[in-house]
Design a protein around this ligand. Structure first.
Ligand code: PTJ
Length: 251
């Protein structure tokens, strides 16, 4: 569908079209459209903007990624349809890899996403081809299978639009887990080390900005930013914002 630029919901409709196209290209799962609908509802309740609490979480995530010895970016079908270029740009800045990890796993979709990443920059892909896998304990879905020298070896995992099982399991393995989730009440949001409550389409460009800026700052400054951050408090600010928005809209 061609979305008219003058439509009041142009941005939202364009994002939907990207996901529909993602399904067409064999990148996004059909269930990914439903997951997006849930995210959209929360975005609406947050006024569809990047709030200060999200900016803070993005800044802290950038610090973690820059300070980690072995960071990795985990991409799924929704993230690939919406922010493929930003994933590649972030991986280039961090000199780290992107690993495809899917909830509704099919070999075909894994291959299509890997191909799409490679088309932009093959050097950042941690390809599943001929790689040793490992099982992450306590995950019920196929997502428990990760690449041993990718997510398996990493100290920090960036896992936007995640399901709760895996973020809990990765935290239990002692990893720093960074996520993006518009639902501040989700298990992923509650269990991750840092949760960015924002739309991935707004958060990723902001993350690139912060990575570029903070790359030049001292180790002490990055440590200070991380030390001053409290994920639970930040999530509570997001929930309060939803309540404030509902009050405002109903009064
Ligand atoms: O490609 P796959 O097979 O790995 O599947 C990807 C999805 C997203 C379908 C899968 O991980 C899934 O089912 O996720 P959930 O459990 O539905 O959780 C997704 C979370 O992301 C929900 O809490 C949504 O509110 C949130 N979300 C959806 N779209 C966005 C979002 N958060 C930020 N930006 C979005 N655009």
């Amino acid at each position: 569908m061609n979305v008219d630029k003058n439509h009041p919901r142009f941005i939202s409709l364009t994002i939907r079209e990207k996901l529909v196209a993602g399904v067409g290209k064999g990148i996004t799962s059909q269930a990914g459209l439903i997951a997006h609908g849930r995210g959209e509802a929360f975005d609406y309740l947050l006024g569809e903007k990047t709030h200060d609490f999200a900016k803070k979480a993005i800044q802290v995530s950038a610090c973690h990624l820059l300070m980690s010895k072995n960071p990795i970016l985990s991409i799924n079908g929704n993230a690939a349809a919406l922010c493929l270029k930003e994933f590649v740009d972030a991986a280039v800045i961090l000199r780290c890899k992107i690993e495809v990890n899917l909830f509704h796993y099919t070999k075909e979709r894994e291959k299509n996403i890997e191909k799409a990443v490679s088309k932009l920059d093959s050097s950042v892909l941690f390809s599943s081809k001929k790689r040793k896998t490992m099982i992450i304990p306590n995950i019920a879905s196929r997502r428990k299978i990760a690449l041993r020298d990718g997510i398996g070896k990493s100290d920090t995992v960036f896992v936007p639009l995640e399901d709760g099982d895996r973020s809990c399991a990765l935290v239990s393995l002692g990893k720093t887990v960074l996520t993006i989730d518009l639902n501040p009440l989700s298990r992923t949001a509650q269990s991750s080390t840092v949760t960015i409550v924002d739309n991935i389409t707004r958060a990723m460009p902001e993350l690139i900005k912060q990575l570029t800026k903070l790359k030049e700052t001292s180790l002490q400054e990055k440590q200070r930013i991380i030390k001053n951050f409290d994920n639970k408090k930040n999530l509570s600010e997001a929930t309060k914002e939803i309540i404030r928005y509902l009050h405002l809209s109903s009064s």
